[in-house]
Design a protein around this ligand. Structure first.
Ligand SMILES: Cc1cc2nc3c(=O)[nH]c(=O)nc-3n(C[C@H](O)[C@H](O)[C@H](O)COP(=O)(O)O)c2cc1C
Length: 197
């Protein structure tokens, strides 16, 4: 058993069993995500790291975050730097490996200058950010950025996103399958009108 002390309220403590690291990884890995590469430029050099912990945070102001291991070089580079979250397309799996510390010798990465931070060509979209806040979170830092520039690929219909699930890369199923599944869920919940959005 461990005792967790919530920093914002030292008087409130919760005792729970420390989860096994393997079980924790396996469970969290069942949460399917997209895959991004976070890029920034420091001292004239472009850096990138593969990240699937990207998430939206706030609409007003527009904020997003990426959760970076304090052991990664990217975590150091992103303290106070502009950055771009490049949302990878299904054909960019080698890029995902390359920027996750598994160099792909034959891979050529086409960077382009952005107004705020470098970007990678051929992505589904990108979100460029100004640094907003870094929050200390255990062995990771939450790198929160204020959205300064966004773009979705002009060819979104022909460019599917890369997905990550249980330690492997995946592609989207067909949209009609997804809609059928949604219809089932809402029918079960007697909420069919919710599909009208
Ligand atoms: C699909 C995938 C998702 C990843 N997501 C994250 C993440 O969200 N946060 C993180 O710190 N590392 C993540 N990693 C691991 C980093 O990409 C890896 O540690 C990388 O080598 C860090 O590079 P750097 O030390 O050069 O900055 C991920 C790796 C893969 C393959």
């Amino acid at each position: 058993m461990v005792t967790i002390d919530f920093g914002y309220n030292a008087g409130y403590k919760l005792a729970m069993a420390q989860p096994d690291v393997q079980a924790l990884r396996a469970t969290l890995g069942t949460f399917a995500t997209g895959v991004t590469i976070v890029t920034c430029e420091v001292d004239g050099e472009v850096h990138g790291a593969t990240v699937n912990s990207f998430t939206s945070v706030s609409l007003d102001p527009p904020l997003v975050l990426a959760c970076l291991s304090k052991r990664s070089k990217a975590c150091g580079y992103l303290q106070g730097s502009n950055f771009t979250v490049n949302i990878l397309s299904a054909d960019q799996q080698l890029h995902a490996l390359h920027f996750a510390g598994r160099p792909q010798d034959t891979l050529v990465t086409a960077f382009e200058d952005g107004d705020f931070a470098p970007r990678i060509q051929g992505c589904v979209g990108y979100v460029s950010c100004l640094p907003w806040k870094v929050v200390d979170a255990g062995d990771h830092d939450l790198i929160i950025g204020q959205v300064a520039d966004i773009k979705v690929s002009d060819n979104l219909a022909g460019r599917q996103p890369l997905l990550f699930y249980r330690g492997a890369f995946w592609r989207l199923g067909s949209a009609s399958d997804s809609l059928a599944a949604m219809a089932d869920v809402y029918a079960d919940l007697h909420l069919t009108s919710a599909l009208s959005w």
